[in-house]
Design a protein around this ligand. Structure first.
Ligand code: ACO
Length: 368
């Protein structure tokens, strides 16, 4: 419902971080922070991740918005991957010290238009190619071109490594991409909607969303989660290390959430995915023990604020277990979240309404 805001109705003390304020209506996903439930267009995340491939989950998320049947979507994503190859020259010409995520943004600007493809497909389908090429070019390796016969997760792994991926890794990456597909009005999705509301295009909205995603309080957290696990070493060191961090006022990466007051269901979906991977990985068992130590310490340190495991903790463990470098964690997040951003962009375009809130001026008054 649209409300008119006159100066008399302005809230002089707006909730910090817009917490609890509804600013959009969506049919894409719902996050129930008290029950610890995530629903994507009527299906719980547990019914999708690890159950259906990425393309099916996107097709489900986009129904009514980008009405492409599943088989057509796989072909359309393949066409978008091939279309993105032209942009690799721009990535190759970029300065060496740019991180992969910035090379992806640069590449996305250079992806040519392809009028037969919906913008959501063109953009979402390009990102895996840009990611893999950027990662290889940074290592001095030639990009591997897409194989249109493969699904997104399988082709992404092949383009990264240059060899056919093993089934457990493909399934784990596919599960990850579905798990993070959409998640209410998180910071990057809100950013995408704000940009879309100005009638800038899909590509602009996704470029901005990636910028918001990078921060360590959002999609930049999983790399630091792995740094934390490395610093702690073995679970015996966990209690002292964690207590030292909390005493210094530092945050534990991979814990806490704006909406969840209980466990983030995506953490368990990803943890379950670890069971299908080879069991000879001590990091997995050690991470579970460190997680328990962190939860105990957080409950002691912040008794009034339930702080539980969020998606980023097991993102780090899962992506590390399938051999992904930590500088690829946030870029992979962007690949999985892009269809969600695009869905929100289309919804926002349909409203036709500019997002333009109001600020509370606290600076000096102009001279009379
Ligand atoms: N470790 C230690 N303390 C924490 C943590 C944490 N991970 N998270 C929140 N707190 C504390 C804060 O210090 C604050 O304490 P105070 O009231 O004594 O000052 C209290 O809990 C509330 O914190 P806020 O920042 O107000 O809560 P908010 O809802 O804004 O923060 C956030 C959510 C940013 C995710 C926070 O929990 C955090 O920084 N977590 C670590 C980073 C992280 O894992 N990010 C990924 C989130 S998932 C995603 O975006 C995909």
């Amino acid at each position: 419902m649209t409300q008119s805001v006159s100066p008399a109705t302005l809230n002089p003390d707006p909730a910090a971080g817009l917490e609890g304020i509804v600013v959009a209506r969506t049919s894409l996903s719902h996050v129930d922070g008290l029950q610890g439930e995530l629903v994507l267009r009527g299906k719980r995340i547990e019914e999708l991740a690890g159950v259906v491939p990425f393309e099916d989950a996107v097709s489900h998320l986009w129904s009514d918005l980008v009405p492409l049947p599943r088989t057509d979507l796989q072909d359309a994503f393949a066409a978008a991957r091939l279309n993105a190859v032209t942009a690799l020259d721009a990535i190759a010409a970029a300065p060496d010290d740019l991180p992969v995520i910035d090379l992806m943004r640069l590449g996305l600007c250079a992806v040519p238009e392809y009028p037969e493809l919906p913008a959501a497909v063109l953009v979402s389908g390009a990102l895996p190619v840009l990611l893999a090429a950027a990662a290889r070019l940074k290592k001095g390796l030639k990009p591997v071109l897409p194989d249109p016969a493969l699904g997104t997760a399988e082709d992404l792994l092949r383009m990264l490594t240059g060899t056919a991926a093993e089934t457990p890794s493909i399934k784990a990456l596919d599960r990850y991409l579905v798990t993070i597909l959409d998640h209410g009005l998180n910071a990057s999705t809100f950013t995408a909607r704000v940009i879309a509301s100005t009638q800038a295009d899909m590509r602009d909205a996704v470029l901005g969303a990636i910028g918001a995603l990078k921060g360590p309080l959002h999609g930049g957290a999983p790399g630091p989660v792995l740094d934390m696990l490395d610093d702690i070493g073995t679970p015996e060191n966990a209690a002292d290390w964690i207590s030292d961090q909390l005493t210094k006022g530092k945050r534990l990466m991979g814990f806490g959430h704006r909406i969840y007051r209980t466990r983030d269901p995506r953490a368990d979906v990803l943890k379950a995915g670890l069971e299908s991977l080879p069991p000879d990985n001590s990091r997995i068992t050690e991470a579970a023990a460190i997680e328990q130590a962190a939860l105990k310490a957080l409950a002691r340190a912040k008794p009034d604020r339930p702080l539980d495991t969020n998606v980023e903790f097991y993102t780090a463990v899962l992506l590390d277990a399938i051999g992904m470098d930590r500088d690829l964690f946030t870029p992979l997040f962007a690949v999985g979240r892009a269809p969600g951003w695009c869905g929100h962009v289309i919804e926002q375009q349909q409203t036709g309404k500019l997002i333009r809130p109001t600020s509370d001026y606290v600076g000096p008054q102009a001279a009379a």
